[in-house]
Design a binder for this molecule. Sequence first.
Ligand SMILES: Cc1cc2nc3c(=O)[nH]c(=O)nc-3n(C[C@H](O)[C@H](O)[C@H](O)COP(=O)(O)O)c2cc1C
Ligand code: SF4
Length: 455
Amino acid sequence: MTRILTRHTDQPDQVQLDVARRGGAYQGFEAALSRSRQEVIQEVEASGLRGRGGAGFPTGRKWSFIHPAPDRPVYLLCNADESEPGTFKDHYLLKRDPHLVLEGIAIAAYAIGAHKAYLYLRGEYASLAMVMAGAIEQAKAAGILGDSCLGSGYGLRVSIQLGAGAYICGEETGLIQSLEGRRAYPRVRPPFPASAGFLDQPTVVNNVETLANLPWIMTEGADRYAGVGTGRSAGTKLVSLSGQVSRPGVYEVTMGRPLLQFLNEEGGGMPPGRQLKAVIPGGTSVPILSADEAAGVTIDYESMQAAGTMLGSGGMIAFDDTAQMPPALLRIAEFYAHESCGECTPCREGTGWMAWVLKRLLAGEGRVNDLDLLLRTGDNMEGRTICGLGDAAVQPVQSFIRKFRPEFEALLPPAPDPSPPWQRHGHGPRSARMGPPAVEAALSEPVEGPPTASL
Ligand SMILES: Cc1cc2nc3c(=O)[nH]c(=O)nc-3n(C[C@H](O)[C@H](O)[C@H](O)COP(=O)(O)O)c2cc1C
Ligand code: SF4
């Protein structure tokens, strides 16, 4: 297996510049500086590299939308907000190989004609700010960054900006707003960041992992990179594996690796005596796969799409046969309701309602048509919001209910008895309609809906 991203992550003291340079750090930047910026963009386009932040947009093509002009500065923003539940792979790279990320930033900045780059770091990753600040200082002192990077005449400055810990700050226009010192309300597009981004200037936002691929592409060449992986999924993918597996962790996987093989080999399989029930393959924003569906899937963009899900951020969460899907879904729905920025109505209201309806269902106070209500709420949100958070919130709700419907139906009250009251039997206590004991225990809080709730 080709290691592109994790070649040096086990190396002690890799955060030190001299150690990193002995392993080849900044040779990719040197190679990039020896070519024109258009040649670097062409090389990255030819490599087939796609963005690892979730959407999988081709990186070279994104860069080609930038047209530097003398009176318009260009900015590169490295997205290190990493707040998608189940995702912790950027943290791994930043902590263990900060110079790899910094080199990727430098290559991308050179390619798009930026002389200023920002690393936007998730607020909870404050300790990594020290690591990255140390790497930047070392690179400046060695002449790798500054007015004339590696003596090339090209100048680049890199700064770090800490977020305050909101998921929406990872959405690229929310990130730009936040970096400008505003509330992170995503922007309506167009205009796209390539024409009017940070401070209304041409801007590229790229994920940490995306950028960390660039040094290898520059030294080894686009053809070699394109030869790793499958079809339109070139290279490797970092997968952050969590949930009910024996060996959770961050793994670099060649695109095209069978998902179950990965879970059983790198992940060590399920805990003893348990079976795989389901897996979320790319962060909680993507549809869940049942164990049967996962059996035919490989870890790449095309296979995930064919299975009705997405590779997303590579935040993989495994569920074994003891997992209860309704409380798991409630936890996810509450996250999206909490993180919705509230700028647009379908997401602000829809995420709150979905979490609230799930909560009342789990508290034994559901209504007969609650599952249809949840599905319909999702239909009314999808594609009708300013940013992708609205759609992201719908995917888990719809896929959990569609794929594990009997578990949700078991929480519904019995359908109304059509016979007249005097002929009815079995007026059992309300607790007879409630969920399994573990579910009830987890839900001791009272069910509170919005003050105007009238569903
Ligand atoms: C709600 C939301 C949160 C996001 N969070 C992140 C994030 O934490 N990190 C990230 O790289 N991309 C995140 N994205 C995707 C970014 O908007 C953007 O597509 C990405 O940073 C582009 O980088 P790439 O082309 O290298 O993938 C998020 C998108 C949405 C809708
Ligand atoms: S979809 Fe949600 S998070 Fe995105 S802008 Fe609208 S309210 Fe905010």
